[in-house]
Design a binder for this molecule. Sequence first.
Ligand SMILES: Cc1cc2nc3c(=O)[nH]c(=O)nc-3n(C[C@H](O)[C@H](O)[C@H](O)COP(=O)(O)OP(=O)(O)OC[C@H]3O[C@@H](n4cnc5c(N)ncnc54)[C@H](O)[C@@H]3O)c2cc1C
Ligand SMILES: NC(=O)c1ccc[n+]([C@@H]2O[C@H](COP(=O)([O-])OP(=O)(O)OC[C@H]3O[C@@H](n4cnc5c(N)ncnc54)[C@H](OP(=O)(O)O)[C@@H]3O)[C@@H](O)[C@H]2O)c1
Length: 258
Amino acid sequence: MSAPAEAKFTEETVLWVKRHTSKLMTFAITRPESYRFTAGQFSRLGFRDGSGFLWRAYSVVSAEYADTLEYFAVLIEGGPMSARFEAMCAGDSILLDKTATGFLLPDRFADGRDLVMLSTGSGIAPFLSMLQQPEVWQRFAHLVLVHSVSYADELIFNQHIAALADHPLVGAFVHQLCFVPVVTREQVAGALGKRLPELLQDGSLAQYAGKLFSPADTRFMLCGNPAMVQDTFKALINLGYAMHRNKIPGQIIMENGF
Ligand SMILES: Cc1cc2nc3c(=O)[nH]c(=O)nc-3n(C[C@H](O)[C@H](O)[C@H](O)COP(=O)(O)OP(=O)(O)OC[C@H]3O[C@@H](n4cnc5c(N)ncnc54)[C@H](O)[C@@H]3O)c2cc1C
Ligand SMILES: NC(=O)c1ccc[n+]([C@@H]2O[C@H](COP(=O)([O-])OP(=O)(O)OC[C@H]3O[C@@H](n4cnc5c(N)ncnc54)[C@H](OP(=O)(O)O)[C@@H]3O)[C@@H](O)[C@H]2O)c1
């Protein structure tokens, strides 16, 4: 990712870092008052790197109205940004591009009754932000959040999702949400065990959610592993759904999570 010009970023402070497993971490940074984003968008975070910069995209986990900016990072072996995150501590400086970007936005759907959010790995991040916005709960009758990971210890947001029940702005709506954990490389009670395209094709996702999915009522948002996004998109096309474009309404909006 090319470096934004000096004037296009601010220098922020890392407020806290939590390490959940050897490769999963969450952290928060200071938020400049002028920083604006819509839930579902991503920031560009950076570090100075010799005479240049290192920049990568990270979906914002925080609510639009939060005082700080929280992120969820999957550390990649040999990845340059991952190495910087591995060493990062509270008090460190981090660069924030002034502009947030992205089109994974639920209000792009003009119609539809139910919203199904399909994620793998770090692709859950934008949905965690959306779920803190009352508008999405008011807009859709039912919300289904699906998080697919390989191993059970990667389901690090179970507590966070359960805590939405006590959230001052969205707590009253949480009965509309069904959270579906998916663990693909070990058997876990209460979690589904197959990859997302198969769960859609064989009806087990709809069955778990207790919903009938249909092009008339259901809207899908996809985020995560690009191969998952592609394979799930194809599965949905085979089931009669179509890509949503602003001028040609459909049922699928997607973003590659890396
Ligand atoms: C729109 C967008 C949003 C993103 N949001 C997030 C986010 O919220 N959290 C996050 O951890 N990453 C996110 N990423 C990926 C992130 O920008 C970095 O690529 C990632 O942190 C690895 O950086 P790196 O320099 O260590 O390795 P890189 O050299 O950038 O990546 C090396 C390889 O690691 C794999 N990879 C990269 N990111 C991931 C990932 N998240 N999960 C699994 N495999 C991956 C890919 O195969 C990639 O080719 C996002 C990317 C995009 C394009
Ligand atoms: N080589 C390996 O065996 C291996 C294993 C884990 C992670 N990694 C690497 O570790 C990093 C982080 O990985 P991660 O586990 O956070 O993310 P990830 O590899 O994207 O996996 C997250 C979830 O996405 C699923 N998935 C992957 N491809 C899919 C597809 N085409 N369709 C549907 N679902 C799909 C995975 O299922 P599955 O569990 O069935 O893949 C898993 O449930 C990446 O760089 C990854 O390449 C490698």
